[in-house]
Ligand binder design. Structure first.
Ligand code: APR
Length: 185
């Protein structure tokens, strides 16, 4: 299943599948503040990248205030054994904890990841559905925030050329597709 939207000269792609197989310049991990791996998509990416990814995260932690990545923040590492060249690690909001701040913190993940992609002149990036698993963000609420932020950033900056979402099942894909259609109507 796939669905594409044109945003100026860029393409916004929705796919169903495992993000670790993506060959875009960067893939994004839905990490936690400790940046030491975990379950879900973070665990899948660490398993596929190999142990060097954890070593790179540990080295990066030393440069972060308090050794943690703040909610809404993003950092980049190499991708080691993955097909992608880079992993951008984002910390999404824990839905029940962040309350009214949750939408802005979720949007910040996408905005900061895209800013890193532009700084590194990356041509393509693949996101998972950040915060909608363990962190409990309702997909119906998260999808328009995720896509709205990506669309705004692509309209403002025109880059990267390709932004893809690798969604883990058809249900989530359909929520994102409907949200994209509503935003671009
Ligand atoms: N490819 C694409 N999407 C995936 C994959 C995968 N291999 N595995 C899981 N997902 C999907 C989930 O189905 C969900 O839709 O990624 C989305 C995000 O879910 P989580 O991985 O649970 O991430 P999140 O909700 O942000 O919670 C982050 O979970 O794994 C830990 O270390 C992580 O503590 C952090 C927390």
């Amino acid at each position: 299943m796939q669905h594409s939207f044109a945003i100026g000269d860029s393409k916004l792609d929705l796919w169903v599948g495992d993000i670790t197989t993506q060959t875009t310049d960067a893939i994004v991990s839905a990490a936690n503040a400790l940046l030491l791996g975990g379950g879900g998509v973070d665990g899948a990416i660490h398993r596929a990248a190999g142990p060097e990814l954890l070593d790179a995260c540990k080295a990066l932690k030393k440069t972060l205030p308090g050794g943690v990545l703040r909610t809404g923040g993003a950092v980049i590492t190499p991708a080691f054994k993955l097909a992608a060249k880079h992993v951008i690690h984002c910390v999404g909001p824990i839905y029940d904890r962040e309350g009214p701040e949750a939408p802005e913190l979720l949007s910040s993940c996408y905005r900061e990841a895209l800013a890193i992609a532009r700084e590194r002149a990356l041509g393509s990036i693949t996101f998972p559905s950040i915060a909608t698993g363990v962190y409990g963000y309702p997909v119906d609420d998260a999808a328009p925030i995720a896509l709205g932020t990506v669309i705004d950033e692509l309209r403002a900056h025109g880059r990267p050329q390709l932004v893809r979402f690798s969604l883990f099942d058809a249900t989530i894909f359909n929520v994102y597709r409907r949200a994209g259609e509503a935003l671009l109507r």
